[in-house]
Design a protein around this ligand. Structure first.
Ligand SMILES: Cc1ncc(COP(=O)(O)O)c(C=O)c1O
Length: 447
Protein backbone atom coordinates (compact mmCIF):
# COMPACT_ATOMS: atom_id res chain seq x y z
CA UNK A 1 0.00 0.00 0.00
CA UNK A 2 1.29 3.48 -0.82
CA UNK A 3 1.04 6.30 1.71
CA UNK A 4 0.55 9.41 -0.42
CA UNK A 5 -0.09 11.78 2.47
CA UNK A 6 2.72 10.51 4.69
CA UNK A 7 5.11 10.54 1.73
CA UNK A 8 4.11 14.07 0.84
CA UNK A 9 4.78 15.23 4.41
CA UNK A 10 8.14 13.49 4.42
CA UNK A 11 9.25 15.36 1.32
CA UNK A 12 7.82 18.62 2.65
CA UNK A 13 9.68 18.23 5.95
CA UNK A 14 12.89 17.52 4.06
CA UNK A 15 12.76 21.01 2.58
CA UNK A 16 12.51 22.59 6.09
CA UNK A 17 9.44 24.69 5.36
CA UNK A 18 8.99 28.01 7.17
CA UNK A 19 5.41 28.83 8.08
CA UNK A 20 3.87 32.24 7.50
CA UNK A 21 0.39 30.74 7.62
CA UNK A 22 -2.05 29.20 10.09
CA UNK A 23 -2.01 27.26 12.42
CA UNK A 24 -0.41 29.53 15.00
CA UNK A 25 2.03 26.92 16.26
CA UNK A 26 3.90 27.32 12.94
CA UNK A 27 4.91 23.72 12.36
CA UNK A 28 5.24 23.28 16.13
CA UNK A 29 7.94 25.94 16.48
CA UNK A 30 5.81 28.33 18.58
CA UNK A 31 4.13 27.67 21.92
CA UNK A 32 4.11 24.67 24.19
CA UNK A 33 2.55 21.85 22.18
CA UNK A 34 5.58 19.69 22.95
CA UNK A 35 3.80 19.02 26.23
CA UNK A 36 1.25 17.01 24.26
CA UNK A 37 1.89 13.33 23.91
CA UNK A 38 0.10 11.07 21.45
CA UNK A 39 -0.63 8.74 24.38
CA UNK A 40 -3.03 11.42 25.61
CA UNK A 41 -5.33 10.61 22.69
CA UNK A 42 -7.79 8.83 24.97
CA UNK A 43 -11.54 8.65 25.31
CA UNK A 44 -14.03 9.34 28.13
CA UNK A 45 -12.48 6.91 30.59
CA UNK A 46 -13.02 7.43 34.33
CA UNK A 47 -11.60 10.78 35.36
CA UNK A 48 -11.54 12.33 31.87
CA UNK A 49 -15.08 13.76 31.98
CA UNK A 50 -17.27 14.21 28.86
CA UNK A 51 -17.30 17.31 26.67
CA UNK A 52 -21.02 16.86 26.05
CA UNK A 53 -21.78 16.75 29.81
CA UNK A 54 -18.82 18.47 31.41
CA UNK A 55 -18.80 18.18 35.19
CA UNK A 56 -15.25 17.56 36.22
CA UNK A 57 -11.88 18.08 34.57
CA UNK A 58 -13.27 19.50 31.31
CA UNK A 59 -15.64 21.74 33.22
CA UNK A 60 -12.69 23.14 35.18
CA UNK A 61 -10.53 23.38 32.10
CA UNK A 62 -13.14 25.43 30.22
CA UNK A 63 -13.79 27.62 33.26
CA UNK A 64 -10.07 28.52 33.22
CA UNK A 65 -10.28 29.73 29.62
CA UNK A 66 -11.65 33.02 30.76
CA UNK A 67 -11.17 36.21 28.79
CA UNK A 68 -14.04 38.26 30.17
CA UNK A 69 -16.20 37.83 33.28
CA UNK A 70 -19.46 38.09 31.33
CA UNK A 71 -18.78 35.04 29.18
CA UNK A 72 -18.88 31.30 29.59
CA UNK A 73 -16.44 29.23 27.52
CA UNK A 74 -17.13 26.17 25.37
CA UNK A 75 -14.47 24.11 23.63
CA UNK A 76 -14.98 23.43 19.95
CA UNK A 77 -13.22 20.43 18.44
CA UNK A 78 -14.69 20.84 14.95
CA UNK A 79 -13.39 24.37 14.50
CA UNK A 80 -15.19 27.68 14.60
CA UNK A 81 -17.48 26.20 11.96
CA UNK A 82 -19.20 24.09 14.67
CA UNK A 83 -19.81 27.18 16.83
CA UNK A 84 -21.27 29.15 13.93
CA UNK A 85 -23.57 26.30 12.88
CA UNK A 86 -24.80 25.81 16.46
CA UNK A 87 -25.62 29.47 17.05
CA UNK A 88 -27.42 29.87 13.72
CA UNK A 89 -29.37 26.66 14.26
CA UNK A 90 -30.45 27.72 17.76
CA UNK A 91 -32.33 30.66 16.25
CA UNK A 92 -33.90 28.62 13.44
CA UNK A 93 -37.34 28.26 15.01
CA UNK A 94 -37.77 31.93 15.88
CA UNK A 95 -39.62 34.04 13.34
CA UNK A 96 -37.77 36.64 11.29
CA UNK A 97 -34.66 36.81 9.16
CA UNK A 98 -30.96 36.67 9.91
CA UNK A 99 -28.64 39.57 9.05
CA UNK A 100 -25.23 38.73 7.62
CA UNK A 101 -22.30 40.57 6.01
CA UNK A 102 -21.24 39.99 2.43
CA UNK A 103 -17.94 38.57 3.65
CA UNK A 104 -19.59 35.90 5.82
CA UNK A 105 -17.62 32.65 5.94
CA UNK A 106 -19.12 29.70 4.07
CA UNK A 107 -20.10 28.10 7.39
CA UNK A 108 -22.64 30.93 7.79
CA UNK A 109 -24.24 30.04 4.45
CA UNK A 110 -24.19 26.36 5.36
CA UNK A 111 -25.84 27.25 8.68
CA UNK A 112 -28.56 29.21 6.89
CA UNK A 113 -29.25 26.32 4.57
CA UNK A 114 -29.55 23.88 7.48
CA UNK A 115 -31.71 26.30 9.47
CA UNK A 116 -33.74 27.11 6.34
CA UNK A 117 -33.15 30.75 7.10
CA UNK A 118 -33.19 33.78 4.84
CA UNK A 119 -30.90 36.72 5.48
CA UNK A 120 -30.45 40.39 4.76
CA UNK A 121 -27.01 41.07 3.36
CA UNK A 122 -25.56 44.16 4.96
CA UNK A 123 -24.19 46.95 2.82
CA UNK A 124 -20.40 46.88 3.15
CA UNK A 125 -17.47 49.25 3.30
CA UNK A 126 -14.49 48.16 1.22
CA UNK A 127 -10.87 48.69 2.21
CA UNK A 128 -8.70 50.98 0.08
CA UNK A 129 -5.60 49.12 1.26
CA UNK A 130 -6.48 45.49 0.58
CA UNK A 131 -9.55 45.95 -1.67
CA UNK A 132 -11.44 43.48 0.51
CA UNK A 133 -14.77 43.91 2.26
CA UNK A 134 -14.02 45.66 5.52
CA UNK A 135 -17.16 45.65 7.63
CA UNK A 136 -20.84 46.52 7.45
CA UNK A 137 -21.63 50.13 6.57
CA UNK A 138 -22.68 51.59 9.87
CA UNK A 139 -25.12 54.08 8.43
CA UNK A 140 -27.07 51.30 6.76
CA UNK A 141 -27.66 49.31 9.89
CA UNK A 142 -30.62 51.53 10.76
CA UNK A 143 -32.30 49.82 7.81
CA UNK A 144 -32.78 46.78 10.01
CA UNK A 145 -35.68 47.65 12.23
CA UNK A 146 -37.68 44.67 13.27
CA UNK A 147 -38.25 40.99 12.95
CA UNK A 148 -34.60 40.05 12.73
CA UNK A 149 -33.56 37.21 14.96
CA UNK A 150 -29.77 37.21 14.77
CA UNK A 151 -26.99 39.27 13.19
CA UNK A 152 -23.62 37.77 12.27
CA UNK A 153 -20.59 40.04 11.90
CA UNK A 154 -17.16 38.96 10.66
CA UNK A 155 -14.49 40.75 12.70
CA UNK A 156 -11.70 41.25 11.77
CA UNK A 157 -11.77 40.49 8.05
CA UNK A 158 -9.46 37.78 6.72
CA UNK A 159 -6.74 40.36 6.06
CA UNK A 160 -6.67 41.61 9.66
CA UNK A 161 -8.61 44.83 9.12
CA UNK A 162 -10.88 46.10 11.87
CA UNK A 163 -13.69 48.64 12.17
CA UNK A 164 -15.89 50.16 14.85
CA UNK A 165 -17.71 46.99 15.83
CA UNK A 166 -18.76 48.43 19.18
CA UNK A 167 -21.16 50.95 17.59
CA UNK A 168 -22.58 48.22 15.39
CA UNK A 169 -23.25 45.87 18.29
CA UNK A 170 -24.78 48.72 20.33
CA UNK A 171 -27.03 49.68 17.48
CA UNK A 172 -28.17 46.12 16.81
CA UNK A 173 -28.83 45.67 20.52
CA UNK A 174 -30.95 48.81 20.57
CA UNK A 175 -33.05 47.08 17.92
CA UNK A 176 -33.20 43.95 20.14
CA UNK A 177 -31.13 41.98 17.63
CA UNK A 178 -28.60 39.59 19.22
CA UNK A 179 -25.13 39.46 17.66
CA UNK A 180 -22.77 36.62 16.84
CA UNK A 181 -19.26 37.87 16.14
CA UNK A 182 -17.20 35.58 13.95
CA UNK A 183 -13.80 36.43 15.44
CA UNK A 184 -12.14 33.43 13.81
CA UNK A 185 -9.03 35.52 13.13
CA UNK A 186 -8.88 37.26 16.50
CA UNK A 187 -8.07 34.68 19.20
CA UNK A 188 -4.93 36.72 20.04
CA UNK A 189 -6.80 40.03 20.33
CA UNK A 190 -6.40 42.06 23.53
CA UNK A 191 -2.70 41.23 23.74
CA UNK A 192 -0.78 44.45 24.24
CA UNK A 193 -0.46 46.34 20.94
CA UNK A 194 -3.20 44.28 19.22
CA UNK A 195 -6.85 45.23 18.50
CA UNK A 196 -9.61 44.82 21.05
CA UNK A 197 -11.80 41.73 20.99
CA UNK A 198 -15.58 41.93 20.57
CA UNK A 199 -15.67 40.28 24.00
CA UNK A 200 -15.26 43.81 25.35
CA UNK A 201 -18.15 45.15 23.28
CA UNK A 202 -21.04 43.08 24.67
CA UNK A 203 -21.51 40.69 21.73
CA UNK A 204 -23.87 37.83 22.61
CA UNK A 205 -21.69 35.16 21.05
CA UNK A 206 -18.03 35.37 20.07
CA UNK A 207 -16.31 32.51 18.33
CA UNK A 208 -12.53 32.35 17.94
CA UNK A 209 -10.33 29.92 16.01
CA UNK A 210 -7.59 29.45 18.58
CA UNK A 211 -5.77 27.28 16.09
CA UNK A 212 -5.42 30.04 13.51
CA UNK A 213 -3.39 32.57 15.48
CA UNK A 214 -2.49 30.94 18.82
CA UNK A 215 -0.42 27.76 19.22
CA UNK A 216 -3.26 25.21 19.33
CA UNK A 217 -3.90 22.14 17.14
CA UNK A 218 -5.92 22.70 13.99
CA UNK A 219 -9.70 22.57 14.60
CA UNK A 220 -9.34 23.76 18.22
CA UNK A 221 -11.63 26.74 18.69
CA UNK A 222 -13.61 28.38 21.46
CA UNK A 223 -17.16 29.70 21.66
CA UNK A 224 -17.79 32.41 24.27
CA UNK A 225 -21.43 32.89 25.28
CA UNK A 226 -22.52 36.05 27.10
CA UNK A 227 -24.37 35.48 30.37
CA UNK A 228 -27.40 37.38 29.02
CA UNK A 229 -27.36 35.87 25.51
CA UNK A 230 -30.72 34.61 24.26
CA UNK A 231 -31.14 30.94 23.25
CA UNK A 232 -28.11 29.99 25.33
CA UNK A 233 -29.27 26.50 26.24
CA UNK A 234 -30.33 25.76 22.65
CA UNK A 235 -26.87 26.76 21.41
CA UNK A 236 -25.24 24.46 23.97
CA UNK A 237 -27.52 21.60 22.89
CA UNK A 238 -26.64 22.09 19.24
CA UNK A 239 -22.91 21.98 20.04
CA UNK A 240 -23.51 18.29 20.69
CA UNK A 241 -25.24 17.88 17.32
CA UNK A 242 -22.54 19.55 15.29
CA UNK A 243 -19.52 18.12 17.05
CA UNK A 244 -18.06 14.67 17.17
CA UNK A 245 -19.25 12.38 19.94
CA UNK A 246 -15.55 11.46 20.30
CA UNK A 247 -13.95 14.85 20.91
CA UNK A 248 -10.17 14.71 20.79
CA UNK A 249 -8.40 15.13 24.12
CA UNK A 250 -5.31 16.24 22.23
CA UNK A 251 -7.25 19.14 20.72
CA UNK A 252 -8.82 20.08 24.05
CA UNK A 253 -5.47 19.88 25.85
CA UNK A 254 -3.96 22.04 23.13
CA UNK A 255 -6.60 24.68 23.89
CA UNK A 256 -5.52 24.70 27.53
CA UNK A 257 -1.87 25.11 26.54
CA UNK A 258 -2.67 27.80 23.97
CA UNK A 259 -4.65 29.78 26.49
CA UNK A 260 -1.87 29.56 29.06
CA UNK A 261 0.51 30.81 26.35
CA UNK A 262 -1.86 33.71 25.61
CA UNK A 263 -2.17 34.67 29.29
CA UNK A 264 1.60 34.77 29.79
CA UNK A 265 2.52 36.31 26.45
CA UNK A 266 4.69 39.44 26.37
CA UNK A 267 4.60 41.19 23.01
CA UNK A 268 7.98 43.05 23.02
CA UNK A 269 9.97 40.41 21.13
CA UNK A 270 7.15 40.03 18.61
CA UNK A 271 7.21 43.72 17.68
CA UNK A 272 11.01 43.79 17.54
CA UNK A 273 11.19 40.85 15.15
CA UNK A 274 8.26 42.09 13.09
CA UNK A 275 10.05 45.40 12.48
CA UNK A 276 13.26 43.67 11.43
CA UNK A 277 11.30 41.41 9.08
CA UNK A 278 9.58 44.44 7.51
CA UNK A 279 13.00 46.07 6.97
CA UNK A 280 14.31 42.98 5.16
CA UNK A 281 11.19 42.81 2.98
CA UNK A 282 11.43 46.51 2.10
CA UNK A 283 15.11 46.18 1.25
CA UNK A 284 13.97 43.72 -1.42
CA UNK A 285 11.68 46.40 -2.92
CA UNK A 286 8.55 44.77 -1.52
CA UNK A 287 5.78 47.09 -0.37
CA UNK A 288 4.57 46.11 3.08
CA UNK A 289 1.03 47.17 3.98
CA UNK A 290 0.39 47.17 7.70
CA UNK A 291 -3.20 46.45 8.65
CA UNK A 292 -4.92 46.93 12.03
CA UNK A 293 -3.86 43.51 13.28
CA UNK A 294 -0.04 43.54 13.59
CA UNK A 295 -0.05 39.75 13.19
CA UNK A 296 -0.85 40.17 9.50
CA UNK A 297 1.20 41.79 6.76
CA UNK A 298 0.17 42.29 3.13
CA UNK A 299 3.03 42.29 0.64
CA UNK A 300 2.94 43.64 -2.89
CA UNK A 301 5.46 44.59 -5.58
CA UNK A 302 5.28 46.83 -8.63
CA UNK A 303 6.59 44.09 -10.94
CA UNK A 304 4.85 41.00 -9.56
CA UNK A 305 1.28 40.04 -8.83
CA UNK A 306 0.39 38.15 -5.64
CA UNK A 307 0.60 34.70 -7.24
CA UNK A 308 4.09 35.39 -8.61
CA UNK A 309 5.22 36.63 -5.21
CA UNK A 310 3.85 33.46 -3.64
CA UNK A 311 5.87 31.36 -6.09
CA UNK A 312 9.06 33.29 -5.24
CA UNK A 313 8.53 32.72 -1.52
CA UNK A 314 7.72 29.05 -2.04
CA UNK A 315 10.91 28.64 -4.06
CA UNK A 316 12.64 29.47 -0.73
CA UNK A 317 10.29 27.07 1.14
CA UNK A 318 8.52 29.97 2.82
CA UNK A 319 4.80 29.20 2.78
CA UNK A 320 2.39 32.14 2.95
CA UNK A 321 -1.29 32.24 4.00
CA UNK A 322 -2.83 33.28 0.68
CA UNK A 323 -2.25 35.18 -2.54
CA UNK A 324 -4.59 37.30 -4.61
CA UNK A 325 -3.97 39.28 -7.77
CA UNK A 326 -2.58 42.23 -5.84
CA UNK A 327 -0.76 40.84 -2.83
CA UNK A 328 0.21 38.00 -0.52
CA UNK A 329 -0.90 37.74 3.08
CA UNK A 330 1.47 36.68 5.85
CA UNK A 331 0.27 35.49 9.26
CA UNK A 332 3.21 36.15 11.56
CA UNK A 333 4.24 33.91 14.45
CA UNK A 334 3.77 35.06 18.04
CA UNK A 335 7.54 34.84 18.54
CA UNK A 336 8.67 34.26 22.07
CA UNK A 337 11.83 33.56 24.08
CA UNK A 338 13.13 30.01 23.44
CA UNK A 339 10.81 29.38 20.49
CA UNK A 340 12.07 27.06 17.74
CA UNK A 341 11.03 29.28 14.86
CA UNK A 342 13.73 29.60 12.17
CA UNK A 343 13.78 33.38 12.34
CA UNK A 344 17.35 34.08 11.16
CA UNK A 345 16.90 31.52 8.42
CA UNK A 346 13.67 33.27 7.38
CA UNK A 347 15.51 36.59 7.00
CA UNK A 348 18.33 34.88 5.09
CA UNK A 349 15.85 33.23 2.71
CA UNK A 350 14.04 36.53 2.13
CA UNK A 351 17.39 38.17 1.30
CA UNK A 352 17.96 35.43 -1.31
CA UNK A 353 14.70 36.09 -3.22
CA UNK A 354 15.51 37.48 -6.67
CA UNK A 355 13.10 40.23 -7.71
CA UNK A 356 14.44 41.28 -11.08
CA UNK A 357 11.40 41.90 -13.29
CA UNK A 358 10.44 45.33 -14.65
CA UNK A 359 7.30 46.93 -13.13
CA UNK A 360 4.01 45.89 -14.69
CA UNK A 361 0.57 47.36 -14.38
CA UNK A 362 -1.44 45.12 -12.09
CA UNK A 363 -5.11 45.43 -13.11
CA UNK A 364 -7.27 47.30 -10.66
CA UNK A 365 -9.92 45.15 -9.10
CA UNK A 366 -13.35 45.57 -10.65
CA UNK A 367 -16.10 47.32 -8.78
CA UNK A 368 -17.71 44.99 -6.26
CA UNK A 369 -21.19 44.84 -4.85
CA UNK A 370 -21.33 46.65 -1.56
CA UNK A 371 -25.09 47.23 -1.55
CA UNK A 372 -27.66 45.86 0.78
CA UNK A 373 -29.15 42.59 -0.50
CA UNK A 374 -31.37 39.67 0.37
CA UNK A 375 -30.24 36.07 0.52
CA UNK A 376 -32.71 33.20 0.22
CA UNK A 377 -31.59 29.77 1.33
CA UNK A 378 -32.72 27.08 -1.04
CA UNK A 379 -32.45 23.37 -1.43
CA UNK A 380 -34.44 23.46 -4.64
CA UNK A 381 -32.28 22.51 -7.61
CA UNK A 382 -34.69 23.64 -10.39
CA UNK A 383 -33.14 26.47 -12.37
CA UNK A 384 -33.47 28.21 -15.73
CA UNK A 385 -31.37 30.59 -17.82
CA UNK A 386 -32.48 34.13 -18.52
CA UNK A 387 -31.08 37.22 -20.17
CA UNK A 388 -29.52 39.65 -17.68
CA UNK A 389 -31.92 42.36 -18.85
CA UNK A 390 -34.86 40.35 -17.41
CA UNK A 391 -33.16 39.42 -14.14
CA UNK A 392 -34.42 42.06 -11.71
CA UNK A 393 -36.27 40.47 -8.77
CA UNK A 394 -35.16 36.92 -9.62
CA UNK A 395 -33.01 34.74 -7.34
CA UNK A 396 -29.47 33.86 -8.46
CA UNK A 397 -28.88 30.11 -8.83
CA UNK A 398 -25.07 30.44 -8.89
CA UNK A 399 -22.46 32.64 -7.29
CA UNK A 400 -21.18 35.36 -9.64
CA UNK A 401 -17.38 35.22 -9.46
CA UNK A 402 -15.12 37.62 -11.36
CA UNK A 403 -11.56 36.38 -12.06
CA UNK A 404 -9.29 37.55 -10.67
CA UNK A 405 -9.66 37.40 -7.70
CA UNK A 406 -12.16 34.51 -7.75
CA UNK A 407 -14.18 35.63 -4.72
CA UNK A 408 -17.99 35.47 -5.12
CA UNK A 409 -19.40 38.96 -5.07
CA UNK A 410 -23.03 38.11 -5.80
CA UNK A 411 -24.33 35.10 -4.01
CA UNK A 412 -26.30 32.05 -4.99
CA UNK A 413 -29.68 32.67 -3.34
CA UNK A 414 -29.35 36.47 -3.57
CA UNK A 415 -32.27 38.47 -4.92
CA UNK A 416 -31.19 40.47 -7.99
CA UNK A 417 -31.57 44.24 -7.57
CA UNK A 418 -31.58 46.91 -10.30
CA UNK A 419 -27.98 47.84 -9.37
CA UNK A 420 -26.92 44.25 -9.71
CA UNK A 421 -28.48 44.06 -13.20
CA UNK A 422 -26.38 47.08 -14.19
CA UNK A 423 -23.20 45.54 -12.82
CA UNK A 424 -23.90 42.17 -14.46
CA UNK A 425 -24.50 43.96 -17.71
CA UNK A 426 -21.21 45.88 -17.36
CA UNK A 427 -19.22 42.69 -16.77
CA UNK A 428 -20.92 40.90 -19.60
CA UNK A 429 -20.13 43.62 -22.13
CA UNK A 430 -16.56 44.32 -20.98
CA UNK A 431 -15.36 40.87 -21.93
CA UNK A 432 -14.13 40.17 -18.40
CA UNK A 433 -13.85 36.63 -17.10
CA UNK A 434 -16.83 36.19 -14.82
CA UNK A 435 -18.00 32.77 -13.74
CA UNK A 436 -21.81 32.63 -13.69
CA UNK A 437 -22.39 34.82 -16.78
CA UNK A 438 -22.44 33.32 -20.27
CA UNK A 439 -23.28 35.36 -23.37
CA UNK A 440 -25.36 37.80 -21.33
CA UNK A 441 -27.26 34.94 -19.68
CA UNK A 442 -27.34 33.92 -16.04
CA UNK A 443 -28.99 31.03 -14.22
CA UNK A 444 -31.80 31.75 -11.79
CA UNK A 445 -33.92 29.68 -9.43
CA UNK A 446 -37.14 28.50 -10.98
CA UNK A 447 -39.50 28.03 -8.07
C1 LIG B 1 -13.95 34.37 8.87
C2 LIG B 1 -13.94 32.89 9.15
N1 LIG B 1 -14.91 32.36 9.90
C3 LIG B 1 -14.96 31.05 10.20
C4 LIG B 1 -14.00 30.19 9.72
C5 LIG B 1 -14.09 28.74 10.07
O1 LIG B 1 -13.13 28.46 11.04
P1 LIG B 1 -12.62 26.97 11.37
O2 LIG B 1 -11.63 26.62 10.32
O3 LIG B 1 -12.01 27.13 12.73
O4 LIG B 1 -13.81 26.09 11.36
C6 LIG B 1 -12.95 30.69 8.93
C7 LIG B 1 -11.92 29.79 8.39
O5 LIG B 1 -11.12 30.12 7.56
C8 LIG B 1 -12.93 32.08 8.63
O6 LIG B 1 -11.97 32.60 7.86
Amino acid sequence: MTLPLINKFQSLMNETPISMHVPGHKNNTIGNLNQLNINMDMTEITGLDDLHHPEDVLYKSMANISKHDDYETFYLVNGTTAGILSVIQAFAYLSGDYIIPRNAHKSVFHGLELARGNAFLMAMDASDDTHQYLGPKYKNIHHFKENHKLAVITYPNYYGECFDIKSQINHLHQLQIPVLVDEAHGAHFDLEGFPRSALNMGADFVVQSYHKTLPALTMSSVLFIHKDAPMKQQVINYLSYFQSSSPSYLLMSSLELAHQFYKNYQTDLFFERRQKLITHLEQQGITVTKVDDPLKLCLSHSAYDGYELQALFEAQSIYIELADEKQVLLVLPLWHKHDNYLYSELLARIDRIQLTKQPIKIPERQITTTDIGYYTYSVNSKTRKINIEDAKGEILANHIVPYPPGIPIMLKGEKISANMVELLHYWSTQNLRVEGIENNYIEIKDE
